[in-house]
Design a protein around this ligand. Structure first.
Ligand code: G6P
Length: 751
């Protein structure tokens, strides 16, 4: 109904407009025609048969005769009145009803341009006058006798018939236009209905499995894909609930047709190391947030993880190509180890990645070092990994997950070799602002390399904004702020926040002994009194983790709150890391010195407030410590996310224990029930430690329950699932756009 009302409204408005323009045109045209016609009539009346008689009586000044002649002229049904004016512009004769408003003097000036000029320069004049009785047409026609101008005759003609005729024509016009418009609309509606019906029946035939007309094929294929996608999305929404490995697997099947994913990362989850003098080989799980998060995803998705074969026994435990199936005993995916020379490792890993990019990306006042030799190795190793990746993929449009700052150039290198690949790059560390990024001599190359990715993920929107600002500042490209994307060379890179997380439930927590047993074992190992309050810290020994500030906060706690002296012990699990770099060696010494000083100040008998456990600890040990502790202090000076904070929460099924968390971690934005502190502010941090140690059980439970609910919901399967679904959408869109482009070029007859 509404459609019809709108249609009629449009029709009426259109008709009105057309009629208005039409009548304007009619008026202009007919007026011009009629006026011309009247002027001709007047000229004929004066210069025709009556002319000789007029000249004759005029030259003899016979006014009465002239009046008779004028009266004869007005016998024409449209000539209302006539007058004769002398060459001096005086009235000579006039018919009875000649209007007084028209006078010889005024008209004569138009006919006789100047006094005393020759008869040849006299001209006829015509115009329209409005009199009380209506509009009239006035013509003034000179009467010439040889080379002498006798004067002029004025003829007044009725114009009312012109108006009558115009009105009639307007009516006809309106009627004709109306009829035409209705007829055209009816024909259009009938034609549209018929072709729509035809089109719909073609579509129905096709959707029911029939053969469509060939020109409908591409549209129908696109419609089907769209329907498939919408149905898929609806189903996934309906599924809702928690993200689990099964749901991630289903997502992969539904959206990416079960395609295997290929991960490119420097670190891998299983490192084979020769241990002891006997040369036995042990498997190590490295202390790496990246590995912690990604390994469960690979278990769920299967595929291949390409990484540096850094373990001393990695070669022995891999096949000829450096491949090994993992996890041991429940093999579900493949690790492909890439061998690096010492020189490559020095330049790419220690040099450019960890002495250059690592301090560049963390605001911890450590100076980045950029050496051109390291950059050369970084480029070469990125190239090497990209080549290995191309050997590992089975199709030309694989799904590739490039991980972290070690491989900023890889997305572009992969794109060059596999233009149709879906490359997702995730940056596990903070992204510096553009000013800081500008310090790197190879900033442009890094940004261009990263833009080879289809999706670029960071932990927070803040990191995304920093990246986009750097692109804006250093590259020629278009920023699509609405889509949060960078467009370069006609390609889009979506820049999105995907806060990383843990598997849920955490495997290591699930397999750990009950809390009481863990606590008893840890207390035994550390030789602690049963009433000791225990704090833990778990880190790689890295200057970004704020381990020194953490120990200083413990010292400040004992200074300010003597009640904790002899009662509070802090166990720091510190995995040595990147020890080939001087800055890390210095940190080792500093930590040792600070711990020794605090122990000397506050230690007594067996009691040592700081227990430094400086070695690599396997996850079961780490989780035992989490469960044994009263508090966990994460004091990073700058951290993309920090999964230790989430691991502590995951470990505490008993809903006890307090998390004290640095405000400079990505995790602080999510785990808001932790005690959030500025690790540089030792008074604030020590107060938070004191508050944590004095917190009631109820409050501990409330806070821990809320944080556990958050990590359970926003787990790593969701992290991976969201990225993969976004990638699938992008892939689909690119396929459709590509197809549309093909249709257009086929239709345009281009090759
Ligand atoms: C950070 C990085 C990871 C890295 C981890 C351990 O979490 O984002 O890429 O694996 O540190 O560092 P490492 O140098 O031992 O791999």
């Amino acid at each position: 109904m509404r459609r019809w009302v709108s249609f009629l409204l449009v029709l009426v408005i259109g008709l009105g407009l057309v009629t208005w323009v039409g009548s304007l045109l009619v008026h202009r045209t007919t007026s011009a025609w009629f006026e011309k016609d009247l002027s001709l009539r007047a000229a004929l009346a004066v210069r025709g048969a009556a002319h000789q008689a007029l000249v004759f009586h005029w030259s003899k000044d016979q006014a009465q005769e002239l009046q008779r002649l004028l009266a004869e002229i007005t016998h024409d049904e449209r000539i209302m009145a006539a007058a004769a004016c002398t060459s001096e512009l005086k009235p000579l004769a006039r018919t009875k009803d000649f209007p007084d408003q028209i006078d010889c003097q005024a008209l004569g000036l138009n006919v006789r341009p100047a006094a005393d000029n020759p008869a040849s320069s006299w001209t006829s004049w015509k115009g329209v006058e409005t009199l009380p009785g209506g509009r009239v047409h006035v013509s003034a026609i000179p009467v010439i006798d040889g080379d002498r101008a006798l004067g002029f005759v004025v003829l007044v003609q009725d114009l009312s018939f012109v108006e009558r005729r115009e009105a009639k024509m307007r009516q006809y016009l309106l009627f004709a236009f109306g009829f035409l418009a209705l007829a055209a609309s009816a024909v259009t509606i009938i034609a549209a209905r018929l072709s729509w019906r035809g089109w719909m029946s073609e579509l129905r035939t096709f959707l029911r499995g029939g053969a469509p007309r060939p020109e409908f094929q591409p549209i129908l294929r696109d419609v089907r894909e769209l329907v498939d996608r919408i149905v898929g999305e609806r189903e996934s929404d309906r599924e809702g609930g928690a993200w689990t490995p099964q749901r991630l697997k289903q997502t992969l099947n539904r959206y990416l047709h079960g395609e295997r994913v290929v991960v490119l990362a420097n670190r891998k989850p299983y490192i084979h190391e020769k241990s002891g003098n006997g040369g036995e080989i042990a498997v190590h799980h490295p202390a790496s947030g990246l590995v912690t998060a990604l390994e469960p995803v690979m278990r769920a998705c299967s595929g291949t993880w390409i990484a540096h074969g850094s373990g001393s026994a990695d070669r022995e435990r891999s096949d000829r190509l450096g491949r090994i199936r993992v996890p041991p005993g429940e093999e579900s995916y493949l690790i492909r180890r890439v061998w690096l020379t010492q020189e490559e490792e020095k330049g790419y890993y220690y040099g450019f990645s960890n002495e250059g990019l690592w301090p560049l990306c963390h605001t911890v006042h450590a100076r980045p070092v950029f050496r051109s030799e390291d950059w050369k190795q970084y480029k070469a190793v990125n190239q090497k990994f990209a080549e290995v990746l191309c050997q590992e993929v089975e199709q030309e449009d694989p799904i590739v997950l490039v991980q972290d700052y070690h491989f900023a150039l890889a997305p572009q290198l992969i794109r060059e070799r596999l233009p149709r690949a879906t490359v997702i790059m995730f940056w596990h560390i903070p992204c510096p602002n553009s000013q800081q990024f500008g310090i790197c001599p190879w900033r442009k190359e890094l940004l261009e390399g990263m833009l080879g990715a289809s999706i670029l993920g960071f932990h927070t929107q803040f990191d995304c904004n920093n990246f986009i600002d750097s692109v804006d500042r250093f590259l020629e490209s278009r920023i699509d702020r609405e889509q949060n994307a960078v467009v370069q060379h006609g390609r889009n890179t979506l820049v999105r926040p995907y806060p990383i997380s843990l598997e849920w439930p955490a495997r290591w927590a699930k397999n750990a002994p009950p809390v009481e047993q863990c606590r008893a074992k840890v207390f035994r190992e550390l030789n602690l009194e049963p009433d000791t309050l225990l704090g833990v810290g778990v880190d790689r020994l890295d200057y970004t983790k704020g381990v020194e500030e953490r120990l200083l906060a413990v010292e400040r706690l004992l200074e300010r709150f003597p009640v904790f002296r002899g009662r509070f012990a802090f166990a720091q699990l510190a995995a040595p890391s990147r020890t080939a770099i001087e800055r890390y060696r210095q940190l080792n010494q500093t930590i040792e010195r600070v711990a020794a000083r605090i122990n000397e100040r506050f230690g007594q008998g067996n009691y040592r407030p700081v227990i430094l456990l400086r070695s690599h600890h396997e996850p079961p040990t780490v989780f035992r410590y989490y469960r044994a502790a009263d508090l966990c202090y994460v004091s990073s000076l700058h951290d993309g996310m920090n999964l230790v904070a989430k691991e502590f929460v995951a470990a505490r099924e008993d809903e006890r224990g307090v998390l004290v968390l640095s405000q400079f971690t990505g995790a602080a934005r999510e785990l808001t029930e932790a005690l959030i502190v500025n690790p540089y502010d030792l008074d604030e941090a020590s107060s938070a430690l004191a508050a944590a140690l004095g917190m009631s059980i109820d409050e501990q439970c409330d806070r821990m329950r809320a944080m556990r609910a958050f990590v359970a919901e926003f787990n790593v399967y969701r992290w991976a699932g969201r990225m993969l679904v976004d990638a699938a959408r992008l892939r689909n869109r690119e396929r459709l756009t590509g197809r549309l482009r093909d249709h257009v070029s086929v239709a345009a007859g281009s090759p």
